[in-house]
Design a protein around this ligand. Structure first.
Ligand code: HQG
Length: 179
C-alpha cells in the first residue's frame, strides 16, 4: 500500500476511533474498543476499503503509534486523543521532574490566565521531549514550548498517565506549575 493511502486511512481512523464513530455507525465499548471486523465492514459500506493487513501495517508503522489491538487482535482503539466519553483505564504513574507542552503563541494570554486545559479532549497532552512538544505546538501556529514542573504537581496530588505511545496525560495544569 502506498504511503499516501496509509496516511489517509490513518487520519480516517483517528476521526472514527477518537471523535466520530457514529459517522459510520460503529459501536465503541466503554473503554474505546471497536470490533476489527465491524470497523472493516462499516468502513467498506461507507466507501473506505481496507483490510486487516492495512490495519496491521498502520498499527506497527504509524509514526506516533496512535492505535492498539487487544491481545487477540479482534479489537482496536486509539491510544489517546479522544473527544468522546470513554475510559482508557491507564494506571496513574509518577512523571519525570518536568514535561513539555507545545502550543501557539496566540493562546498564551489565555493559558497564562487559566492554565492548560484539556479543551475538547480528555486530557492535557504533554511530552517528555522538547522536540515532540515543538511539533505538536506547530500545528496551531507560531510555536512556543511551556515547561511544566510535573513532579511537583504529582507530589501535590495531581494524577499523570502515560499512553502506550508515550504521550503524557493529565487533567489540567495550573499556572503556578509553569517554569
Ligand atoms: C491549547 C496530537 C487557550 C493547547 C498531538 C493546544 C498531541 C489553551 C490547544 C495531541 C488553553 C488544544 C494533543 C487555554 C490549552 N486557553 N488555549 N486555557 N489550554 N490550550 O489539539 O496538545 O497527531 O486538543 O495548548 O501530537 O495540541 O492527533 O491539543 O494548543 O499529542 O495523534 O489548546 O494531538 O496528536 O489543541 O495536541 P489539541 P494538543 P495526534
Amino acid at each position: 500500500m502506498e504511503a499516501k493511502q496509509i496516511k489517509r486511512i490513518s487520519k480516517y481512523l483517528s476521526l472514527i476511533l477518537r471523535h466520530r464513530p457514529e459517522k459510520i455507525n460503529l459501536k465503541l465499548d466503554k473503554n474505546g474498543w471497536a470490533s476489527v471486523d465491524s470497523l472493516l465492514e462499516k468502513s467498506s459500506n461507507f466507501g473506505i476499503d481496507f483490510n486487516k493487513g492495512a490495519l496491521d501495517f498502520i498499527i506497527e508503522n504509524n509514526n506516533k503509534k496512535r492505535f492498539s489491538y487487544n491481545y487477540n487482535q479482534t479489537k482496536i482503539r486509539a491510544n489517546q486523543g479522544h473527544s468522546i466519553d470513554i475510559e482508557l483505564g491507564y494506571a496513574p504513574v509518577e512523571p519525570p521532574e518536568t514535561l513539555f507542552h507545545g502550543t501557539a503563541k496566540h493562546f498564551l494570554t489565555d493559558i497564562k490566565a487559566k492554565g492548560l486545559q484539556k479543551m475538547n479532549r480528555h486530557h492535557v497532552h504533554l511530552s517528555a521531549g522538547r522536540d515532540t512538544a515543538t511539533n505538536v505546538g506547530s500545528r496551531h501556529g507560531s510555536v512556543t514550548v511551556l515547561t511544566v514542573r510535573s513532579k511537583e504537581m504529582y507530589d501535590a496530588g495531581y494524577e499523570f498517565f502515560i499512553s502506550p505511545n508515550g504521550v503524557w496525560l493529565t487533567d489540567n495544569v495550573p499556572v503556578e506549575y509553569f517554569d
